[in-house]
Design a protein around this ligand. Sequence first.
Ligand code: SF4
Length: 348
Amino acid sequence: MLLDWYDAHARDLPWRVPPDRSRAGERADPYRVWLSEIMLQQTTVAAVRPYFERFTTRWPAVDDLAGAADEDVMAAWAGLGYYARARNLLKCARAVVQDHDDRFPDSEAALLGLPGIGPYTAAAIASIAFGRRAVVVDGNVERVMARFGAVETPLPAAKPELKALAAKFTPDDRPGDHAQALMDLGATVCTPKSPACGACPVQSGCKARAAGLAADLPRKSPKARKPERVGIAYVLRDPQGRIYLERRAEKGLLGGMLGFPTGDWSDNLADDSPPVRARWRDSKLTVRHVFTHFALTLHIHVADAAPEGLNGQWLAPGAARGALPTVMRKVLDAVEPPREPEAPHTAG
Ligand code: SF4
């Protein structure tokens, strides 16, 4: 039933083998499945699509990516967020090349040994690229399972129960398509706010629908409020209008990415001091960015100076914009709003 629905309604995604070809025995390229799954963590399909296209055009196979310069990959990832993923992406590609002869291993256990691959991604690659019967449970699948089985235990405590339920329904035949069918069902029919039960291929067995509970599940434990942090972003501009950027330390938030110098981000600004002596002034501009574990307000201080002894890079704002992570791009946009593209000239 679910696979019939998938055969007719599968989303057309660039990392997928469509159902007609999959039924004929074609499997998705493990490199593309892996890359898409890493990109899709905490990120929407719409945001991932152009990044995926750019990455696979520039680095079509895992050994191409393994041979890429770190800074090129970090710059190509800029704007997609959760930058530890990009660092692990490189480590994983290099491990596949060095330890596995350029080929992703085909079992969940071996995939789990690679950097940045957790249980969900290992199961997704094993099932979608290698046809293994693996239980693939992402947020969409959890929602579908909670509703299908009318599981009232709140998340995250319900996770093991939902995984056991998903395991019960995972078939031996076409397990990869089954996993993708459930993901699609959650993304397009059994949506978070208003599930379209009337169009659902599993409605006859769905306990939440029968009980009138569909839109109320899954239940969730109340979220703790995110802590607030503050900091200062220091924007130096030289006489040519270039801005000064530094590559952040490898470890930690935004590790390895370019950015404006900042102090530590804490609950007050008392200990913040500029990275170099210059005539700093408070621009009174601020930007706000919400990370996974805290919300940040950055106050922007500016100075028109090019002091000696700096180890970073001076870049024109237009050239820097594409290489900056989102929070730093917000800072740049606040001090140097992006130019509107010029209107084309009309003949006459
Ligand atoms: Fe979700 Fe409704 Fe389908 Fe149940 S019947 S799985 S609630 S869309």
